[in-house]
Design a protein. Structure first.
Length: 288
C-alpha cells in the first residue's frame, strides 16, 4: 500500500496568495478607492451641470417690454375703425364718462377704443425695452418692419385733434416704402439714413436699453411686426417682435371726412364751443 498523503501534497504544492489578493488588502483598497470614485463621479456630474447652466439659453436679446402707446403731439385723440360704428346714446354716454380735457386718452378710454377695433392714426408708437442675454456683449445691428399694407380704413373716424407740436421719436419706419428699415429723424423732421449704422447698440448680460419706435404711413392701412438682427457668439440671429404675438396695426387718415361712413368729433374738431364730449356728425356735411 502507498503511504502517500494526497492532502499533505496538496498543501505543499499550493501557490501562496499574492499580497494584493489577501483579504486585508482588498478591504483597505476598497476603503480607499470607493471615496475616490464617488468624488470623481460627483465632480463629473457637477461639471456637466455647470456646463449646461453656462450654455446660452433663449434669444441673445430678450424683449422685456413692447408696448403700444399714444402721443398727444402726433395722434391727439383720433382713432380709425374698419367698420361703420353706430353708438347708442348709452354707449356714447359711457364713452364720454372716460373722456377728459386732453388730447391723450385716459387708460380706460384707450382700452375701450382698442377693445372695439380702434386703430392708431398715421403712426404706431411702440416702447421697446431690450435686455442682453449673453455673457459676452451682444450687438443689435439692424431692425426691419415686416409690413403688409392695403387701402386705409374708411369705416369710422373719431376726430379730436390737438394744437400741440409733433413729437420726434428715436427710431422711425416708413411703412409706405418697400422693406422699411430703421431710420433716424433729422432736426427738420425728415427720416434719413440708417439708424443702426449711426447708432451702435451693445448690451452686456442683464444690461437694458429703452427705444421708442414710430412706424408711419400716409397712404395705407398696415399690419406689421419688427425683425431685429442681433450678433452674438459670432453668429447673426433674428428676434421677432409683435403686439403680444399679433401684428401691430396703423392706418392713414384721410383729411377729407367725406371718405368715412361714420364720424364722431370732439374738442378742436367741434367749433365754436370745442366741447370735451364726443358727438356724432355727418361726414358728408361736416366742416371743421
Amino acid at each position: 500500500m502507498s503511504n502517500s498523503n494526497p492532502t499533505g501534497n496538496s498543501k505543499k504544492n499550493r501557490t501562496p496568495d499574492r499580497w494584493w489578493q489577501r483579504p486585508a488588502f482588498k478591504w483597505i483598497a476598497t476603503a480607499i478607492i470607493t471615496p475616490i470614485l464617488v468624488g470623481v463621479g460627483a465632480w463629473s456630474i457637477q461639471k456637466g451641470i455647470n456646463s449646461y447652466g453656462n450654455r446660452p439659453r433663449g434669444n441673445p436679446v430678450t424683449v422685456e417690454l413692447a408696448r403700444v402707446q399714444r402721443s398727444e403731439g402726433e395722434q391727439a385723440g383720433d382713432w380709425v375703425f374698419r367698420q361703420p360704428m353706430q353708438l347708442t346714446d348709452a354707449e356714447l354716454s359711457a364713452l364720454n364718462q372716460m373722456h377728459k380735457q386732453s388730447a391723450t386718452p385716459t387708460d380706460a378710454e384707450e382700452a375701450w377704443f382698442r377693445r372695439n377695433g380702434g386703430v392708431d392714426p398715421n403712426v404706431s408708437i411702440i416702447k421697446l425695452v431690450l435686455r442682453g442675454n449673453r455673457s459676452d456683449p451682444v450687438r443689435v445691428v439692424d431692425m426691419t418692419a415686416l409690413a403688409q399694407c392695403t387701402e386705409p380704413l374708411t369705416g369710422t373716424l373719431f376726430l379730436d385733434p390737438t394744437a400741440g407740436a409733433e413729437e420726434s421719436t428715436r427710431v422711425e419706419f416708413d411703412l409706405d416704402t418697400p422693406s422699411p428699415h430703421a431710420k433716424f429723424v433729422t432736426d427738420d423732421g425728415t427720416m434719413q439714413g440708417d439708424y443702426f449704422r449711426e447708432n451702435s447698440i451693445s448690451l452686456k448680460r442683464g444690461e437694458t436699453i429703452a427705444l421708442e419706435i414710430a412706424a408711419r404711413t400716409v397712404r395705407h392701412y398696415c399690419s406689421f411686426t419688427l425683425k431685429m438682427d442681433v450678433v452674438a457668439d459670432s453668429k447673426t440671429s433674428s428676434v421677432h417682435i409683435g403686439d403680444q404675438r399679433r401684428p401691430y396695426v396703423v392706418s392713414a387718415v384721410n383729411p377729407d371726412p367725406k371718405a368715412y361712413k361714420e364720424l364722431y368729433i370732439a374738442g378742436l374738431a367741434d367749433p365754436p364751443d370745442y366741447p370735451i364730449r364726443w358727438r356724432q356728425a355727418d361726414p358728408r356735411t361736416y366742416h371743421s
